[in-house]
Write a protein that binds this ligand. Structure first.
Ligand code: ZN
Length: 201
């Protein structure tokens, strides 16, 4: 079942989500929720979706970066972003630790801020301890674009959105990104948008 994706301004997007016990996780209800979130993420399309985005204050998110999402990207841009396909998986009750400073700068979007994008600095490497959909403990070591996705989704479970971390001067419509900025190096984007070096990590 395709679910409605809430937009910024809905209070559930700003509240910390509740952890799920392994027993709660193994219910038919949660199994159905995961399936619906998967379908909703695919149809959007997006590379991640957190339960608060569909109105449920639960510490659960689905992630999948499909190869076809990057069909039009150049090998250089994929290499720069360290972006590679990530198979479908579920993270529950994640604890994140940052293995590097938030110094990787790229445009990022969110299904709950439809039509907008901004440059967001993120850590290149993270470690995430969580449960999978069966309630089994899991440790994820991620870098590059996958690390960015994890940071973005885990922010959702804390009531945070990328607009809390973005360089505000780079906030723009996705249409304008495609028309004016997409092929410019990030360093040039930051300069033209007037992001001061002193405001950066
Ligand atoms: Zn998001």
């Amino acid at each position: 079942m395709r679910m409605n994706i809430l937009q910024a301004g809905d209070t559930v997007l700003r509240r910390p989500a509740k952890p799920l016990s392994p027993r709660e996780l193994r219910t038919r209800e949660i199994e159905n929720l995961i399936e619906s979130m998967r379908e909703t993420m695919h149809q959007a399309p997006g590379v991640g979706l957190a339960a608060p985005q569909v109105g449920l204050p639960l510490q659960l998110a689905v992630i999948e970066d499909k190869p076809e999402y990057t069909n039009e990207a150049t090998p250089e841009s994929l290499a720069e972003r360290e972006r590679a396909p990530v198979p479908f998986h579920v993270i529950v009750n994640p604890k994140i630790s940052f293995d590097s400073e938030p110094t990787v700068e790229f445009f990022e979007g969110c299904l709950s801020l439809a039509g907008f994008t901004a440059v967001v600095p993120r850590a290149r490497k993270v470690t995430v301890e969580c449960l999978d959909e069966k309630g089994e403990p899991k440790i994820i070591h991620a870098s590059g674009w996958y690390a960015r996705i994890l940071q973005h989704e885990i922010d959702h479970l804390r009531g945070a959105l990328y607009i809390d971390r973005m360089y505000t001067r780079t906030f723009m419509s996705t249409g304008n990104l495609a028309q004016y900025w997409k092929d410019k190096p990030i360093r040039e984007v930051l300069e033209l948008c007037g992001v001061q070096q002193s405001n950066r990590p």
